[in-house]
Design a protein around this ligand. Structure first.
Ligand code: NAD
Length: 450
């Protein structure tokens, strides 16, 4: 099970619990617009390879579509659609004025030279540029893409439309990127863990953390947990394997090792392990921060030995694994909350670009903390009287709480009533004329009730 079927299964559980009307289910389960493109690229030796790319806009009712671009051999229509769907829930939960989108190219970027990667990125951007724009659809980095790739996208887009820094986020700071964007997803994961730590009586200080994936999300998270939260990161892994040290890894030294193109498993500051062995390690927090579908019923849901799973990656836990973890009393902090720091700071970057104004790093971090903490505790944020009323507490009350139930609890009614949930496609306060975030009329779903 992967991609769209994971997102749909979780959506159905939530929609049933709030008796969501059939027409809303239809709208929210289907993409607004999607393209598949052919991406021919001249390779360094002169021959031409043809790759396949996707850009899928899931929903734009709350603002321009927003979502990363992934380069991976397994990136296909199903995966990109599932990820685009989650972006809609994520931007809504963070209450930022964006919808959901995602893009991907089926390619193993490790096989490409830097120049081939640039040509691929520019050609892909040309092919999808008709869908992009600061008020239409704004890409960002995801797996195997980074500020350099975003710089190529910006350059290619701007060569057609004029200088438009707000057309893409996650850019280098020198080209209008935001301070703090690169670490934002990992930082957001840490802020959410901090909220959970209080509720579950597992103080981050001194607690044992295992992280799968040592890229943008996993690497920054490990660094911040050690430097700012006093946690002990005992094991991490990348695609080739991992390393464990029960006393806690020296994360700055390990980051320097991987920055010099070393493999995590070759690091001498611990014992090498396989990715398989990583799942069996006993720890307080287990953070999948690599790819989707890694915690499954068949594989590891019955054997992982942590107190809490934190979904740093998108869709790492399949719905059946969610249920098993719930039975075992292991809460799952869902992806669309845990890793929402990236899109939140992307929103700040977009806003800074539109205002032609730069925030300080401290300001970015402060705003991120406030936004993601508020999302984790919606009842408290809404002025409710429960001191701890967020996703975390309700998961605790249920003796667990899978990602799907976490999602519902984060977004649904907070008063326990289950009367039909009537969400206008455009909320009454939404003004196309007044909102700079609004798409053009033809870019949004028509309201069937209008
Ligand atoms: P990345 O490309 O920077 O890093 C991915 C890491 O995972 C690398 O260390 C890689 O070696 C490792 N990896 C890949 N395949 C693996 C495997 N089979 N087993 C173990 N490790 C493996 O990607 P990223 O940006 O850190 O994204 C990681 C996850 O976080 C993805 O699910 C992504 O969608 C999600 N995410 C990223 C952002 C962001 O801002 N970058 C935001 C939200 C969510």
């Amino acid at each position: 099970m992967s991609g769209k079927s994971i997102a749909d299964s979780q959506f159905d559980r939530a929609a049933n619990l709030i008796n969501l009307e059939p027409y809303m289910r239809r709208i929210l389960c289907s993409p607004f617009r999607e393209v598949q493109v052919e991406v021919p690229v001249r390779m360094d030796d002169g021959h031409i390879e043809v790759f396949t790319g996707y850009r899928i806009q899931h929903n734009g009712a709350r603002g321009p579509c927003k979502g990363g671009i992934r380069y991976h051999p397994d990136a296909d229509h199903d995966e990109v659609l599932g990820l685009a769907t989650i972006m809609t829930w994520k931007t809504a939960l963070m209450d930022i004025p964006f919808g959901g989108a995602k893009g991907g190219v089926t390619v193993d970027p490790k096989r490409l030279s830097k120049l081939e990667l640039e040509r691929l990125t520019r050609r892909f951007t040309q092919r999808i540029s008709i869908m992009l724009g600061p008020y239409r659809d704004v890409p960002a980095p995801d797996v195997n893409t980074n500020p350099q790739v975003m710089a190529w996208i910006l350059d290619e887009y701007s060569s057609r439309h004029g200088y438009t820094p707000a057309a893409v986020t996650g850019k280098p700071v020198s080209l209008g990127g935001s301070l703090g964007r690169e670490e934002a997803t990992g930082r957001g994961v840490m802020y959410v863990m901090t909220e959970y730590a209080r509720d579950f009586g597992i103080p981050l200080q001194g607690s044992r953390v295992v992280i799968q994936g040592f890229g943008n999300v996993g690497g920054h998270l490990a660094r911040l947990l050690v430097a700012e939260a006093g946690a002990k990161v005992i094991a991490v892994s990348d695609v080739d394997g991992g390393v464990v040290n029960e006393k806690g890894l020296d994360i700055p030294a390990l980051l320097a090792h991987t920055a010099a193109r070393g493999r995590v498993s070759e690091w001498k500051g611990g014992t090498a392990i396989t990715n398989e062995q990583l799942w069996a390690l006993s720890c307080d927090w287990l953070v999948p921060a690599a790819l989707g579908g890694v915690i499954t019923k068949e594989h590891n849901a019955r054997t992982i030995a942590c107190k809490v799973v934190v979904e740093g990656a998108n869709e790492p836990t399949t719905p059946t694994a969610d249920l098993i973890l719930e039975e075992r009393g292991i809460p799952v902090i869902p992806d669309f909350l845990a890793n929402a720091g990236g899109v939140t700071v992307s929103y700040y970057e977009w806003a800074q670009n539109l205002q032609q104004y730069r925030w300080t790093h401290e300001q970015v971090n402060r705003e991120l903390k406030a936004t993601i903490t508020k999302a984790a505790r919606p009842r408290q944020a809404a002025g409710g009287n429960a001191p701890h009323g967020g996703v975390c507490d309700r998961a605790a009350e249920g003796g667990g709480g899978g990602a799907a139930s976490g999602k519902l609890r984060a977004e649904g009614r907070q008063d326990g009533r289950t009367e039909p949930f009537r969400l206008a496609v455009f909320p009454s306060s939404f003004s196309m004329a007044a909102s700079p975030a609004a798409n053009t009329a033809s870019d949004t779903h028509p309201d069937p009730a209008a």
